[in-house]
Design a protein around this ligand. Structure first.
Ligand code: GAP
Length: 435
């Protein structure tokens, strides 16, 4: 059964080294989080799973890695300097600031009596800084609020160098920054986060068809990676929710402990961005179709996901508690592709006699998979630890292994144990994991 409350995951993440509050020794910095030894592996796995599906397994997409800092011209043209804002209200009682659209009633969210909110005003979410060595005289630059602009700016570069033609996509995974009014719900809303975005350029008439296609494909991605279908839904935006660049957006939403929340938006950006950048830069950002002798500015369908939010959803959905050998256990039933470690090698005893063989097995498996090696506690406790961090398989090396050249594979989900010859261990593990 998935986690019922966020604290179960927050505590597990802290206790086992997935996610730590950033700058914790200075009292924490609510804006962002640090990813520890396990969390950094899992976050990387989420991003790799996305790249695998969106780039590796398609011949109509390419990957780029664009700059995070950009001059104001980009964000003037994209409309972010003018439009990328949230409605902000001040509470005159508790003196805190809130997003007006996140307040359920006109009562103070801090529970203070006699509160009164100011009129709402637009608060721009862009982070500004200064580039250049001389204090006070540098040029204003902005941290990107979405990775998307890098794809629009490089549209012609990619077109010329990759020989792609519409329909084709430019994908990117990387950090984005937003000065959120109310960061919160753990890694759900932070001021620094990672996005996994694709700008898919299509002939204008094909926009609706590709929008349908991406809504369906993106929902399936989460299901294939283990989120139960009933914890996911697609929700179309009302007209007043649409971003300034969108002619229609649907969100993939996940049932978080506090209710439905967005994991990803699929937007019809039309030719808005290419037209804006073309007008502002004076550069042609269009495509000449030799088959039809037509020149046109492609329309864009954009599936835009958040890596951190998605990781939180995978953790919440995978969390389970059950009873094994009359004892309660916590287990993360993560898809093997997402699990930080795929295999843990556990010598039954710390005695030197088992160490060389266990180390050799670890060395072989680690050539292929991210593996853990643990010889610290009683074997039962080590199994529990691996269950709690989602490791799909444990390989136990015992004293019989020295005689029969075999080891035991223990399955996380069923706790079933099977004996396999060391000579076929790698192929056995590969066939169980499926990759
Ligand atoms: N390029 C389109 C775009 O940026 P968005 O819906 O604003 O669209 C896409 O962001 C995804 O990025 C969201 O669905 C969410 O997963 C993630 N995201 C946005 N703001 C975030 C924040 N403050 N903290 C964590 N993730 C965020």
């Amino acid at each position: 059964m998935p986690a019922k409350d966020l604290d179960q995951i927050v505590n597990l993440c802290k206790r086992r080294g997935f996610v730590f509050p950033s700058a914790e020794i200075y009292g924490g910095f609510r804006s962002s989080y640090d990813y520890g030894p396990l969390g950094s592996l899992m976050l990387r796995n989420v991003k790799e799973a996305w790249v695998r599906t969106m780039v590796q397994q398609r011949d109509d997409t390419v990957l780029i890695d664009a700059a995070i800092l950009g001059p104001p011209q980009i964000f003037e043209a994209s409309g972010h300097l003018e439009n990328f804002s949230d409605p902000l209200v001040d509470c005159t009682v508790c003196k805190r600031r809130f997003r007006e659209d996140h307040i359920e009633t006109r009562d103070c969210p801090q529970g203070m009596k006699g509160c009164a909110f100011t009129e709402s005003r637009a608060f721009n979410l862009m982070f500004k800084t200064t580039a250049g060595p001389v204090e006070g005289s540098g040029a204003d630059v902005y941290l990107r609020p979405e990775t998307a602009q890098g794809m629009f700016l490089n549209f012609s570069n990619v077109l010329q160098t990759s020989r792609k033609r519409p329909p084709f996509g430019i994908a990117q995974v990387g950090k984005s920054f937003r000065n959120e009014i109310t960061p919160g719900n753990f890694i759900f809303r932070t001021r620094e986060f990672e996005q996994m975005e694709m700008e898919f350029f299509v002939p204008p008439a094909d926009g609706p068809k590709w929008y349908e296609y991406w809504c369906k494909a993106r929902l399936e991605w989460y299901i294939e990676l283990g989120i139960p279908a009933e914890m996911l839904r697609i929700r179309a935006h009302d007209a007043d929710e649409l971003s300034h660049y969108s002619a229609g957006t649907s969100d993939v939403e996940f049932l978080f402990p506090w209710g439905w929340g967005e994991l990803e938006g699929i937007a019809q950006r039309t030719d808005f961005d290419l037209t804006q950048h073309s007008n502002a830069s004076g550069q042609k950002l269009d495509f000449f179709d030799q088959a039809t002798n037509e020149r046109y500015i492609p329309y864009v369908v954009e599936p835009a996901a958040g890596a951190n939010r998605t990781m939180a959803a995978f953790l919440l959905a995978a969390y389970d508690e059950d009873i094994v050998n009359d004892e309660p256990r916590t287990v993360l039933r993560l898809h093997p592709r997402l699990a930080p470690y795929k295999v843990a090698v556990l010598p039954l005893s710390k005695k030197d006699t088992l160490t060389p063989l266990a180390r050799e097995i670890y060395g072989t498996l680690a050539q292929r998979y991210m593996c853990d090696y643990d010889e610290t506690q009683a074997i039962g406790r080590r199994y529990r630890r691996q269950d709690e961090i989602g490791t799909p398989l444990c390989v136990t090396v015992d004293f019989d292994s020295l005689e029969d050249n075999a080891v035991t594979i223990r399955h996380r989900d069923s706790t079933e144990q099977v004996r396999v010859p060391i000579s076929s261990l790698l192929s056995e593990v590969t066939s169980i994991l499926g990759f």
